[in-house]
Design a protein around this ligand. Structure first.
Ligand code: FAD
Length: 393
């Protein structure tokens, strides 16, 4: 098999990159180790920055998002029994975010890919990138017992944190930075109306909570839990009781509860791998970096990497500007580290880290300060809606 760009992984990074490249006539094949249903069944992010919304439009996969997605102009920070609104639009000169689930984004991109007749190979085993320091890289895999080699010009490693791409690069050429947090988020998805029209990030002495939503009838709630917690120990009743305790009383009394349709615990981690380019292999999205979800940045950072790689590849194929590909790491990492900082800061300010009273008071004072200062609110707003994409040159 032969293509121009071999893409490993059919998460949002791989699917979005594939679709954007297709709009420029650049051939690509996606190789995914899981089944299509498995990929579609993962419940993850739900807040899209304007930059990602624009990319989905550019990729021709935005019709349903534009119809069903919910534009949000603000978010709430709740603490000490009260709620403070961060007026995203007012503080940023009109910028907003779109609430539209990652599952829906994935589905729309898969549909667009099928419509365009592009090849995706699901349930591929033993996927392995080769020879990416040469001009003839390839990806090998087995499908239904048959060994296949995909020859290509470039490989995009869009295979997430546990993927094979980052593991395949010479480890002495890779530097990693990591912070693992001593807690996770227990998330519940339920077919109940959201407690608020806008997201609520709540700090409480029992721990952090988040009220989020996917639509007018589907809610997504989270509570901070210890790192070693087991989801089986959390009945729906226990979850709802705990969530109510962490919300301001007037919000808790309005909460509509119901059976969970998904319940899982996600660990929280900050991670960056540098560089993101190894010859003709490029790491994209979670393959190169992870943020704790407190700033709603994971999916959005994947989109900004995709944007940079797509523009550099387009310039390479259409104008012979391969020099732009050399800048891929540097351009991506500038924005990635700013989002890492914001996500770490929001996590530090809003979570309970332990029993150290001094740390608790400092985090409390910081939240009190930023929500009482226009400069503080503006800092949150401009990071939350998403910093501008870095130019390639
Ligand atoms: P992924 O979505 O991980 O996709 C990688 C794909 O590669 C997968 O389909 C995988 O099966 C495939 N793959 C892996 N290994 C191989 C291989 N060897 N060969 C072939 N294919 C392979 N972000 C937020 O902003 N807000 C949230 O609330 C939020 N919640 C999250 C909850 C969870 C449980 C997780 C795990 C992540 C969450 N994130 C959240 C982060 C966000 O979902 C990711 O940043 C986003 O999915 C990144 O997309 P990606 O395509 O780079 O990676």
């Amino acid at each position: 098999m032969k293509t121009q760009v071999a893409i490993i992984g059919s998460g949002p990074s791989g699917l979005l990159l594939g679709q954007l490249l297709h709009t420029q006539g650049i051939d690509n094949v996606i190789i995914e180790q899981r089944s299509q249903d498995y990929v579609l069944g993962r419940i993850r992010a739900g807040v899209l920055e304007q930059g990602m919304v624009n990319l989905l439009r550019e990729a021709g996969a935005s019709e349903r998002m534009d119809r069903e997605g919910d534009v949000h102009e603000g978010v709430f920070l709740a603490f000490n029994g009260k709620k403070v609104r961060v007026d995203l639009a007012g503080l940023t000169g009109g910028d907003t975010v779109m609430v539209y689930g990652q599952t829906e984004v994935t589905k729309d991109l898969m549909d667009a890919r099928a419509k365009a007749g592009l090849t995706t190979i699901y349930e591929a085993d033993n996927v392995q990138p080769h020879d990416f320091y040469t001009d003839s890289p390839s990806v090998t895999f087995t499908k239904d017992g048959e060994a296949i080699t995909l020859e290509c010009d470039y490989i995009a490693g869009c295979d997430g944190f546990h993927g094979i791409s980052r593991k395949s690069v010479p480890q002495d050429k890779l530097k990693t930075f990591e912070r693992v947090y001593p807690f996770g988020w227990l998330g519940v998805l339920s077919d109940t109306p959201p407690v608020s029209d806008e997201l609520i990030y709540a700090k409480h002495e029992r721990g952090f909570a988040l009220c989020s939503m996917r639509s007018a009838t589907r809610s997504r709630y989270y509570v901070q839990v210890p790192q070693d917690e087991h989801v089986e120990d959390w009945s729906d009743d226990r979850f709802w009781d705990e969530l109510k305790k962490r919300l301001p009383p007037e919000t808790a009394t309005k909460l509509v509860t119901g059976p969970s349709i998904e319940k899982s615990i996600a660990p929280l981690r900050s991670f960056v791998a540098e560089p993101m380019k190894f010859g003709n292999l490029f790491l994209v999205g979670d393959a190169a970096h992870i943020v704790p979800p407190t700033g709603a940045k994971g999916l959005n950072l994947a989109a900004s990497d995709v944007s940079t790689l797509y523009r550099a590849l387009t310039a390479t194929y259409q104008e012979g500007r391969a020099d732009l590909l050399e800048k891929y790491s540097e351009v991506c990492l500038r924005r990635i580290w700013k989002a890492e900082r914001f996500s770490w800061w929001m996590t530090s300010m809003l979570h309970r880290f332990g029993d150290d009273d001094f740390d608790q008071r400092i985090a409390q004072a910081e939240l009190d300060y930023v929500t009482g200062s226009e400069a503080g609110l503006k800092t949150i707003a401009e990071n939350y809606v998403g910093l501008p994409y870095e130019p390639l040159e």
